[in-house]
Design a protein around this ligand. Structure first.
Ligand code: NAG
Ligand code: NAG
Ligand code: NAG
Length: 641
């Protein structure tokens, strides 16, 4: 059966400005042509005829509630307000169009679209933008253009001068005005920006001013979200962009993270890069890389190659330090920091077995012990040996190698969760040490030992840092998970508030973060009953939908004092590898991204049309984000709440 007759839309001129357009009511001649086409269709059996596209009967109109309504394209009374597709309608509908995350400052979007060709985008550097910032933004602009081209499947220009030969071809000029010369991305980097877009003839100008190149890069993400593919056939430019816009924006929280775990399952570099692409689109800025655990140690360290030799799942499932450096550079070009975590002293076993053979004694205890319930919380067991001085020498080498691969001064996560006291309490070496140092075997004695481990671990890190010269404690203080050590009533005797940032991973109704901030600690918050993306697949856990993740609020205290640094969502890797990674993480991590960037007063329902566009955008950009609503509900905004 042939699709209904298709009317070719008149090709739009390349320079044509697009306002919501109408389709003329079918004239008698057109109706006759349609009838003929239909009749012809009864007899047409060729494959070519079958593959023609059916012209849709539907168009979209932006309504007063800021929702795009699907309406019949023909015979609509107010035909002049119709857009031919939902993405085009959404660009300028509602207060924030298709932008994700929601900007926190002024947003104005004119309901008029200009043609855009993603292969014709030129950066320009104004004010006294430094050469270093200009180089970064030149690359960032090229990345944005490439991302848009990919989104709309625009092939490279056959002729490098194709644009110049056609003065009426659309051109996007991006003008940058950046205050700070440097390119250091850290907790205190100012990520704010201001974006103004206007159109004159075939030229769209986007002017970006920002204190830092990283703020300007966010402006490019926003600019890319002011554009959508134009599916019209017949000579139309591949994309449309909002012709006049103004966005003033800055994040509410400085630390906006996503945790990936490459120890429970190894992930190829391409999966990490794809995740970073999606993070950049959502303005997440920290990839917390839980690189090692008791299951595996995939980091191939030049000074301590034994860790990967013993600890990697296979010689192919490793990350060389040049791979780490490559990933760090890839991330930084997208406004994302790599926050590498080598969990310790618990969650460490695989890779640490070679100590006795190397004359260093037992580096880890209870490695793969059975029955595992007596020695750890999750198999395989393993906990570093806190009383063996060689452990801290190895950690010193480990940190030196890592810091050589990462940008100078980069922050590290030191782990610190889930020490299982019975493991240490069953080691004759540990017990002997306790006895020799006049300690008993009470819980407090083990907590003291654990706390001393973190002091010595931090000592090793600081010695390693001396080689890469830094003592900026405020910006790159190491992070520890909450644990028995961080109980508010005795944390002060175990963890120094001036040296460590604490990452609570508690349920939403917990007051741990507030209590720790009252004691002067700085906090990165992970709501484990909303932002743990692994839940819902094991034990008694349940799956948190994007709306649950979105609606999980941050505490109100600690903001003005800069103690509440931000939050993270976590994709623990026990039950996810590259096959299902994207769909587990996205678009839920994007929901958390908006909570951390914008912290909106409104709940998820109000954000749904934009979130659904974000999901489509990620898919078009090559991320296999999960579907979160039937397609009918996507096409009919607000009808499935
Ligand atoms: C970031 O820079 C903007 C523009 O210069 C400024 O208004 C804002 O206060 C800065 N934000 C912070 C947190 O310093
Ligand atoms: C350590 O083991 C001893 C002997 O079983 C026990 O008495 C003690 O309570 C244990 N300590 C802790 C903190 O569990
Ligand atoms: C592909 C490309 O960028 N071609 C040209 C487009 O126009 C500018 C300005 O005239 C040229 O510099 C480019 O080489």
């Amino acid at each position: 059966m042939r699709p209904l007759g298709r009317r070719r839309r008149a090709p739009r001129r390349l320079t044509e400005r697009m306002a919501p357009t109408s389709r003329a009511p079918a004239t008698a001649a057109a109706a006759a042509a349609l009838l003929l086409t239909l009749l012809a269709g009864l007899y047409a059996t060729s494959a070519a005829a079958d593959e023609r596209r059916a012209e849709s009967a539907w168009a979209w109109r932006c309504g007063a509630a800021g929702l795009c309504a699907r309406v019949a394209a023909h015979g609509e009374a107010q035909a002049s307000t119709l857009w031919p597709s939902l993405p085009l309608c959404r660009l300028t509908c509602g207060a924030a169009g298709a932008l994700w995350p929601l900007p926190t400052g002024h947003v104005a979007l004119a309901a008029s679209l200009a043609p855009l060709h993603p292969r014709a985008v030129r950066p320009q550097f104004l004010c006294s933008t430094s050469a270093e910032a200009a180089r970064f933004l030149q690359e960032a602009t090229a990345l944005m253009a490439e991302t848009l081209a990919r989104e709309c499947r625009v092939p490279p220009l056959a002729n490098a001068n194709a644009n110049a030969s056609d003065p009426s071809a659309p051109l996007l000029v991006v003008q940058f005005c950046i205050d700070e010369p440097g390119l250091s991305l850290k907790l205190s980097t100012n990520e704010s920006y201001e974006l103004n877009v206007w159109t004159e003839g075939a030229v769209v100008t986007a002017s970006v001013s920002a204190p830092t190149a990283f703020g300007a890069r966010h402006a490019l993400e926003t600019l890319s979200q002011l554009a959508a593919c134009d599916d019209a056939e017949g000579g139309a430019p591949p994309m449309r962009v909002v012709a006049r816009a103004r966005v003033v924006d800055a994040p509410v929280f400085a630390h906006r993270g996503l945790l990936l775990d490459t120890a429970r399952h190894w992930l190829p570099e391409r999966a990490l890069r794809r995740t970073i692409d999606a993070m950049a689109a959502a303005k997440l800025n920290v990839l917390h890389w839980h690189a090692t655990d008791s299951h595996s140690f995939p980091l191939l360290l030049p000074r301590v190659p034994q860790l990967a030799r013993y600890g990697a799942y296979s010689s192919a499932q490793t990350y060389s330090m040049s791979a780490v450096a490559r990933l760090a550079a890839y991330a930084r070009a997208r406004g994302v920091r790599l926050l590498v975590e080598l969990d310790a002293p618990a969650h460490a076993g695989a890779g640490w077995e070679w100590g006795p053979a190397a004359g260093k004694g037992e580096l880890a205890l209870c490695v793969a012990a059975q029955p595992w319930r007596q020695s750890c919380i999750q198999p395989p067991c393993g906990q570093l040996n806190p009383v063996n001085p060689a452990v801290y020498d190895v950690l010193f080498d480990v940190y030196r190698d890592l810091l050589d691969a990462l940008p100078a001064d980069e922050q590290l996560h030191l782990g610190g969760d889930e020490v299982f006291i019975p493991c240490w309490n069953s080691s004759s070496e540990v017990l002997q040490w306790l006895q020799q140092n006049d300690h008993g075997r009470e819980t407090n004695d083990f907590l003291r030992l654990w706390s001393d481990f973190h002091s010595l671990q931090l000592g090793a890190l600081e010695r390693a840092r001396a080689r890469t010269c830094s003592n900026n404690v405020a910006d790159n203080a190491p992070i520890l998970w909450s644990s028995h050590l961080t109980n508010p009533k005795d944390i002060e005797q175990y963890v120094d508030s001036q040296r460590f940032i604490i990452q609570p991973w508690e349920t939403r109704n917990s007051h741990l973060a507030e209590d720790l901030m009252a004691l002067g600690y700085r906090i990165i918050l992970t709501h484990k009953d909303a932002w743990y993306l692994d839940h819902g697949f094991w034990g008694q856990t349940s799956y948190y939908r994007w709306k649950t993740a979105y609606n999980a609020r941050m505490p109100t205290v600690g903001r003005t004092s800069n103690q509440l640094l931000g939050g993270e969502t976590a994709m623990w890797g026990e039950l996810v590898d590259e096959q299902t990674l994207d769909g587990r993480v996205w678009p839920r991590a994007a929901a958390v991204a908006e909570r951390l960037w914008s912290d909106p007063e409104t709940a998820a329902d109000a954000a749904e049309p934009r979130l659904l566009q974000m999901r489509e955008r990620l898919v078009r950009r090559g991320v296999r984000a999960a579907a979160v609503t039937p397609e009918w509900c996507y096409l009919n905004e607000g009808q499935c709440r």
